[in-house]
Design a protein around this ligand. Structure first.
Ligand SMILES: C[S@@+](CC[C@H](N)C(=O)[O-])C[C@H]1O[C@@H](n2cnc3c(N)ncnc32)[C@H](O)[C@@H]1O
Length: 210
């Protein structure tokens, strides 16, 4: 990590702390618990961040592999990984290029991560590849609102959001991105209570690898 550069310092040191603070709390906890309740077996989490999902994995999970490219996220996640009863393998990787073999995982998890991945289509193809046939991709993401007036603001604000939130896009059509790669088994779209609408249109769903 090169902290002589203030951009790197912000991305790798300050932003992970801000994100950890912002994404803690009862509202996020409720969504995390709901999304992870049905997950089991050999699981991959893409965009693990600071490890805020760890507390909500059920006992049906037998092993967990987690990836994230930001070492500052990993530094905050590490004590949480050490304290978890789960066998966890953590790797500093991007979702677009996974070294795991085809048909490895029963479930892949993504929570508020598809907004930040530079090439989400490529990452989704990788997720599909590493899932076993019949394996499931479960996600909760924020993304493009169906309201035209709000879309305008989401498009306007995304360049700023990308700079202050490490590549986060406000305007991704998550349902279209996921269903282009894997059929959706379930999908709910809604404005999350207590979130600003521009970042509060949530997509929660499950896709299945045929
Ligand atoms: C908004 S945070 C969400 C973190 C975590 N999933 C959570 O629910 O708390 C987005 C995460 O995506 C990660 N990320 C960014 N680009 C990525 C990529 N190409 N592949 C995988 N993860 C990425 C970031 O480092 C960050 O940890």
């Amino acid at each position: 990590m090169e902290y002589g550069n203030p951009v790197n310092w912000y991305r790798d040191r300050l932003f992970p702390r801000l994100l950890d603070w912002a994404m803690t709390g009862e509202s996020f906890a409720t969504y995390r618990r709901q999304v992870l309740a049905g997950v089991s077996g050999n699981v991959l989490e893409v965009g693990f961040g600071t490890g805020l999902n760890l507390a909500y994995y059920p006992e049906t999970v037998t092993s967990l592999t987690v990836i994230d490219p930001n070492p500052g996220m990993g530094a905050i996640a590490q004590p949480r990984i050490a304290a978890s009863p789960l066998p966890i393998e953590s790797q500093s990787l991007r979702g677009e290029h996974l070294p795991m073999a085809d048909n490895t995982f029963d479930w892949v998890v993504s929570t508020w991560t598809l907004c930040s991945i530079a090439e989400p289509e490529q990452a989704l193809r990788e997720i599909r590849r590493v899932l076993k046939p019949g394996g499931r991709f479960v996600f909760i993401e924020h993304g493009l609102s169906p309201e035209r007036s709000l879309q305008t603001w989401q498009n306007r604000l995304t360049p700023v959001q990308k700079r202050i939130a490490d590549g986060c896009h406000l305007n991704r059509p998550i349902d279209i991105l996921v269903s282009a790669v894997m059929p959706l088994e379930s999908l709910e779209c809604f404005y999350a209570d207590g979130f600003p609408k521009v970042a509060g249109y949530f997509y929660r769903g499950v896709a299945v690898k045929p």
